[in-house]
Ligand binder design. Sequence first.
Ligand SMILES: *Cc1c(COP(=O)(O)O)cnc(C)c1O
Length: 426
Amino acid sequence: MGNDWNIETKCVQEGWKPKNGEPRVLPIAQSTTFKYDNSQTLGDLFDLKIDGDIYTRISNPTSSAVEAKIAALEGGVGALLTSAGQAASFMSVINIAHSGDHIISSVSIYGGTFNLFDKTLREMGIDITFVDVDASAKQLDAAFRPNTKLVFGETLSNPGLCVLDIEKFAHAAHKHGVPLIVDNSFPTPINCRPFEFGADIVVHSTSKYLDGHATALGGVIVDSGNFDWAASDKYPGLTAPDETYHGLIYTENFGRAAYITKCRTHLIRDLGTTPSPMNAFYLNQGIDTLHLRMERHCSNAQKVAEYLERDERITWVNYPGLESNKYYELAQKYLPKGSSGVISFGVKGGREAACRFMDNLKLAAIVTHVADLRTSVLHPASTTHRQMSDEQLKAAGVSPDMIRFSVGIENADDIIQDISQALSAL
Ligand SMILES: *Cc1c(COP(=O)(O)O)cnc(C)c1O
């Protein structure tokens, strides 16, 4: 049941499917551990011979239901919830890349992910080559080395709003026998399902649109099940015996779910980057209305972007839904239902005017967050990128006047009115 459902129905109906007499709403299993009648059953669970929950660090019934829902939305074989998006990105990489290995990433990615890759992964001995998000097939080819283990990109980058040519990146990765991992936080599976374009693994910061209410921090890793790990000897962690489970071989025991199973039984077991059952419940409740919210975020953002483009007090507007946008064509292909609610723009008067404009806003709130159902706004140059000089900002693609505006699901006229009055008061 469920495979034929449209994505809107999956948001509401997938995951928790109560049996006779069970709670209608996903129950919160707020328990660290689970009771068994005999030690044989528990032993079999530890040996991964049977399915079941042992300890919430590794799995939990509330989280499992949400994982099943997200896997269904993305079209994958399995998913793993994590404590934050950062943990999901980190684990998606170190599940298959280790000290002495090399990875390739688009440079147009979330700042936190950039730091994780450029600093922490390098400190762990994983080398990285950053490539332009607009790199040609030839440029991508040139970045590969014999020890390259994966390629990483963001469907719609935060905050640059660059659209990744998923097919081009997937093709380059597959030509070299490695998977493509895509961070799909901004479009969500409502607007783009990267597996349909050849991506192999999807990660999300569920703290953004999936939760959508700015309630619970979280992340998720989703496995398409499509990548053939056994086709080469590049991934011994998946194709050679795991001595911590009596010599079990992931690809033989778990087939298409090898990668995501190892993420759980090996990585989350060892790292403890687990969400609380309560946060999994909040996430589930967020996803119940994801399809409705994304539709409104996108239609509101389109109206706001078109308004900004017409207003002469605005110097530039970046929104992939505008025909003038550099990524309009790619957005039409990968994000035909809309990109997201996030717009960036500049106001006349530069950095100083940008700050005064933000202070003048009444409805839009200044917060370090995006993808919230409440309209919010951030000035990267004076917050997230505040240590950088104007020259460094330019190199990072953040202009001193850049305002990152996350359009909420209020009435678009009220949001536009708020922007207009804040501009008038400058
Ligand atoms: C916020 C964000 C992250 C990090 O997620 P957290 O839940 O804050 O750890 C990763 N990728 C993207 C695209 C993001 O916007």
